[in-house]
Design a protein around this ligand. Sequence first.
Ligand SMILES: [Zn+2]
Length: 197
Amino acid sequence: MKRPLLIFSLLFLLSGCVGGLGQIYPENEVGHMPKWQALHSQLAAYQKIACPSCGQDDWKLSVIKTEEINAFFWSGQFFVTDGLLDLPFEMQSAVLAHEISHQVAGHILLSQEHELEADRIAIWLMERTRGDVSGADDLKQVLRLLAGKWRDSSETISAHPHPNERIDQIEKIQSDQIQAFKPEFHSRLAQISEEEP
Ligand SMILES: [Zn+2]
């Protein structure tokens, strides 16, 4: 079976292999799941920022019946697993932002640079959507989970930077940018613009 692009996931390493993916919940069933509803609302919020020209239902969210933690984008749909939906909501939200970032950046094949770029876009997307910088910490939490389960193999090394490298990048972004998002910085900016003649 040909499924190479399924391995787009941030978290596929946790499941090891996507060949064993479970069944997908039917649409009418998934719509009643509170966890799906919460993440679906988050998807809609991200879509407004990341793809303002998209139609309301252009991005679908499907749930795969498996306790493995996994998420990926495939053929116009975002797939997440039961296992992902069991993580704290902020972590789910960070994973979704990363997957959306692959989509909006047009990444077709995964590379280490694409992974790092998707993290950068995800942080921007979370900041724009939430109006604060908490997303970077949430993404780091996901990566710490990933680091704890990291297994070196030629496949994972070629496609994914080590999670610690990704955490380093996020910390650099935080040290460069976090000041800019502090409320006092915003009020100072407002003050400055009022002072302008
Ligand atoms: Zn990724």
